[in-house]
Design a protein around this ligand. Structure first.
Ligand code: MN
Length: 424
């Protein structure tokens, strides 16, 4: 039987009782950021539940401005708190949980615990120490490779043997809803021999997801592929904003630098790996077989439906420009984490890894403007007749994602950002 909550939840809501993500929020009444969960249209104040000893024990890590202390508590504790919260919010009446009886009898407490989403302000959920971005979609890497190097050399010789990545910039990771200022940088215009300093003319989004490290590993002690799941706390949607013209000039030989360090947006609710567990599927077949340290027996793809919309200043509603799915990712997140640490590199609580752009096999499932418009050769026509090769000032890009269960969803909400004109 499908688990139900005593709180009414629309079947199309991302925030079913099967989800119970974690985030950091504040209210006008209580402006100190603290940890909450989300169910339907309510935020559940976990700091109040913990302070009022509603759970069987006090955890002491919910009245915190970030998830880091909770995330460092290890997987057994993540599972225990999820179970306690599920019991508290479920409509299951036999046996009645003591905690829920206490909560249901106390109206004043209820109004402090369940806060309508309209009344809350979300904050960056995690203090992110390090941010790494991968390049793990075969379709995306192939598309970009064809555009930059031609069909013969689309995939570099290493691509099918290891998850390519680069060390990104954690300081400019921002929350959904924050504006993106168009970056300026060195650009080599076509048919010119020296670069100019310009506002980027080919600003792009990248449809990605990201996973957070819960418990880290010690320097010199790699995380084996079998143990990767012990370390991964949960996931969010990620938009890796990219200035393609700056990237094209700067990227050789060390990869992207300024073209991606100006902003990276994430969604506010961290969906746990336990909530995503029922949606695990086989990933793409890997041929050639990866080296033994990257081989994993269990299915490690995730069936997460992804969507990108674009809305210009003069449009009344967002327009879908792409639909993709996390299951297309060639290198899975366990392989990404294992590869990252195989040298002995230490991951720390709160570190974030982007999956890389998740493009699907068809032209309407590509995860960037670069691919959707084929580097500007095939502009997108919006419903109001406007054309787009890349993003213009005033454009809002929104990424959404969810897993479809039987009568419920486990979703991520959205990550959204609006492009503002460059500043001199
Ligand atoms: Mn990226």
């Amino acid at each position: 039987m499908t688990l139900k909550s005593f709180i009414e939840i629309d079947p199309d809501s991302d925030f079913s009782i099967q989800n119970l993500p974690y985030g950091v929020f504040s209210t006008k009444a209580n402006p100190s950021p603290r940890i909450g969960s989300r169910i339907g249209d309510f935020v559940v104040d976990l700091a109040v539940l913990d302070d009022e000893k509603i759970f069987d024990k006090q955890y002491g890590f919910f009245n915190e401005p970030t998830l880091n202390k909770f995330m460092s508590a290890r997987r057994g504790v993540w599972k225990e708190t999820r179970k306690a919260l599920t019991n508290l919010l479920s409509s299951d009446s036999s046996p009645l949980k003591n905690a829920r009886v206490e909560l249901s009898r106390n109206d004043a407490l209820q109004s402090r615990v369940f806060i309508p989403v309209e009344e809350i302000q979300m904050h960056l959920p995690v203090a992110i120490g390090d941010y790494t971005d991968f390049y793990a979609s075969r379709e995306h890497a192939t598309n970009v490779g064809i555009m930059f190097r031609g069909k013969e050399n689309a995939l570099m010789p290493n691509w099918l043997h290891l998850p390519i990545g680069y060390h990104g910039r954690a300081s400019s990771v921002i929350l959904s809803g924050e504006d993106i200022i168009r970056p300026r940088g060195q650009v080599l215009l076509p048919n010119e021999s020296s670069p100019q300093f310009l506002a980027s003319r080919s600003l792009d989004f990248e449809l990605e997801m990201a996973f957070f490290i819960g418990t880290g590993n010690h320097l010199g002690q790699p995380i084996s592929i079998e143990n990767a799941h012990e370390h991964i706390f949960g996931m969010v949607l990620l938009n890796d904003w990219s200035a393609r013209d700056i990237q094209a000039w700067e990227y050789q030989p060390l990869g992207p630098f300024l073209s991606k360090n100006f902003a990276t947006s994430i969604s506010p609710w961290v969906v746990t790996m336990d909530a995503l567990e029922p949606f695990r599927v086989a990933g793409p077949r890997q041929d050639p077989a990866p080296l033994p340290y990257l081989q994993i027996v269990s299915d490690y793809g995730y069936d997460i439906r992804l969507e990108v919309t674009l809305q210009s200043n003069s449009m009344n509603e967002p327009h879908v420009i792409s639909r993709s799915n996390m299951k297309y990712l060639y290198w899975n997140i366990a392989q990404q984490l294992t590869h990252h640490t195989v040298t002995g590199c230490n991951m720390r609580t709160g570190d974030m890894c982007g999956t890389g752009t998740i493009s699907g096999p068809t032209e309407d499932s590509y995860g960037s403007m670069l691919e959707l418009t084929w580097r500007g050769e095939k502009p997108i026509t919006l419903p109001n007749g406007e054309m787009r090769k890349f993003l213009q000032d005033g454009d809002t890009v929104t990424l959404k994602g969810y897993c479809q269960g039987d009568g419920y969803r486990v979703g991520f909400g959205e990550v959204s950002g609006k492009i503002l004109e460059s500043r001199k």
